[in-house]
Design a protein around this ligand. Structure first.
Ligand code: PRP
Ligand code: URA
Length: 210
């Protein structure tokens, strides 16, 4: 697509996404797979983290080597389904703080309704990764990014498992400064706003609520 839309289609990710799509996959495997894919995606999403030189002593000699420097990370899951992506990322970046944004999509209007927002106090100084498995109309992700930007956050990335072209276009239009990382770009939305072929309702499959 362009520099702001990254499709992370490593064979391991594609394989695991296919397992998640399967209607026969139950909540435990669905949860485990989402966590595993989140770790694999986080590896790419954090590729541009800045490094700095440090001097250390190995068992052999003193040497200059690299460690991560600069701003710290915060992960912001969009509730509920985004919660399923947090542990997969904190496995790689254990010092990341976690903020939460509660949004649900009104089933009639498909518009996002906010019910919760709690971000780390120093959120404006952190690099943020907003996470949600599904980017359908893009209304939820766009609203979440708007709330976060009100806290003067400037460095924001969006990480989703499956996106519809409509959702990508919406976020690109509303937030052209926010890079989007997805593992699969699907065909379209159906008349109920579900991604086709998609994987159904991510929150319900994750938590077994349907
Ligand atoms: C799902 C999903 C996204 C949203 C995507 O959440 O996890 O947040 O829908 O749709 P959109 O791009 O059209 O806004 P849902 O509203 O079902 O809430 P839940 O996670 O609590 O189930
Ligand atoms: N939310 C979901 O959980 N799945 C979709 O396909 C669309 C919105």
């Amino acid at each position: 697509m362009d520099d702001f839309v990254h499709i992370l289609d490593h064979p391991l990710i594609q394989h695991k996404v296919s397992l998640m799509r399967d209607v026969k996959t139950g909540p435990k495997d669905f949860r485990d797979l989402l966590e595993e894919i989140s770790t694999l995606m986080a590896y790419e999403v954090t590729r541009d983290l800045p490094l700095k030189d440090v001097e250390i002593e190995t068992p052999i000699c003193r040497t200059t080597t690299k460690v991560i420097s600069g701003k710290k990370l915060a992960i912001v899951p969009i509730l509920r389904a985004g919660l399923g992506m947090v542990d997969g990322i904190t496995k790689l970046v254990p010092t990341a703080k976690v903020g939460h944004i509660g949004l649900y999509r009104d089933p009639e209007t498909l518009e996002p309704v906010e019910y919760y927002c709690k971000l780390p106090p120093d959120v404006a100084e952190r690099d943020l990764i907003v996470v949600d498995p599904m980017l359908a109309t893009g209304g939820s992700a766009s609203a979440a990014i708007t709330f976060i930007k009100r806290r003067t956050c400037k460095s924001i990335k969006l990480m989703c498992l499956i996106a519809a072209p409509e959702g990508v276009a919406r976020v690109r239009r509303d937030h052209p400064d926010v890079p989007i990382f997805v593992s699969a770009l699907d065909e379209k939305l159906n008349e109920h706003g579900y991604i086709v072929p998609g994987l159904g309702d991510a929150g319900d499959r994750l938590f077994g609520t349907k």
